[in-house]
Design a protein around this ligand. Structure first.
Ligand SMILES: [Zn+2]
Length: 283
């Protein structure tokens, strides 16, 4: 809990040796699966690896959902995973799908007061008729029809999809309710949130792709202090990183900047707007 709470503190600014003028920010990372900045960092890596894996072959996005029931999430997740395993053993699936990756997403439907777990998959293979998949999914699950199939248009489409679903296994319907969050964390304990199948089985999607050597320029707090005191060089580096700062009218750096520099708020802002890099990822 402490490393989760302190995730992103002690942030440092790095500059690429190979591409001078390219900056990034790194800090202590908790690597917890429910930490949003850490998940964003991880999902970017997964998206890069997925692109490398799918290369120029045709990809399709498939959503497999379960009908909402009042059952506990743990039971529904087990049923979803089991049904997906069964689906992958069917003739239709094996004829049309070569391999792929699936991500679990869990939402809470406040209207029906029930859990709604589903799989978002990217599959490599041939045309898969939606009606056939839907009726097959119904025969496996016994009560669920809903499937969705979309064509992956290009690399950007794939990156967007993967980054989205590899980041959030839980959305605000779960995160905003402590009671739901607790049930979800317990139900997902030990469960793989991302699974590969077919020819993709065993492919490591979290492998870091090398992007050269980076040097540490100093702490982010130092850059914020310098920039807020009017230092143009520090300011231009923060601008390049899309990190906001306030230039104080006179004298010492403004308290706003000092206050914000160690907080979660900056951490989130950094990771939404700039590249996130942990010190141990840097050569
Ligand atoms: Zn974290």
């Amino acid at each position: 809990m402490r490393s989760f709470a302190e995730c992103g503190q002690n942030a440092f600014v790095f500059e690429s040796v190979d591409r001078p003028g390219e900056y990034s920010v790194g800090g202590s990372a908790c690597h917890d699966r429910f930490c949003v900045p850490c998940s964003r960092d991880r999902s970017r890596v997964i998206a890069q690896n997925v692109l490398e894996q799918i290369d120029s072959r045709q990809g399709r996005f498939i959503t497999l959902t379960l009908k909402s029931t009042s059952e506990p999430l743990r039971v529904l997740l087990a049923r979803l995973t089991h049904s997906f395993t069964k689906l992958r053993r069917t003739r239709l699936w094996r004829n049309k799908v070569v391999g792929g990756v699936a991500f679990i997403e869990v939402t809470w439907a406040s209207g029906s007061q029930s859990w709604h777990p589903h799989f978002h998959c990217l599959v490599e293979g041939r045309y898969l008729p939606r009606r056939e998949l839907s009726s097959l999914w119904f025969s496996i699950t016994g009560d669920s029809y809903i499937t969705d199939i979309r064509f992956a248009r290009d690399n950007r489409h794939v990156t967007h999809y993967i980054t989205k679903y590899a980041t959030k296994c839980l959305d605000h319907s779960v995160l905003d309710e402590p009671e739901h969050l607790q049930e979800a964390i317990l139900a997902l304990k030990g469960k793989r949130l991302c699974l590969t199948f077919g020819t993709w089985r065993g492919v490591c999607l979290t492998k870091r792709i090398e992007d050269g050597t980076w040097i540490q320029l100093g702490s982010l707090a130092h850059f914020l202090t310098q920039a807020s005191a009017g230092d143009l060089q520090a300011g231009s580096i923060l601008d390049a990183l899309e990190i906001r700062y306030v230039i104080s009218e006179r004298g010492p750096p403004s308290p706003t900047v000092t206050d914000v520099s160690g907080s979660r708020q900056v951490q989130c802002m950094l990771n939404y707007n700039a590249e996130f890099r942990t010190p141990w990822d840097v050569n």
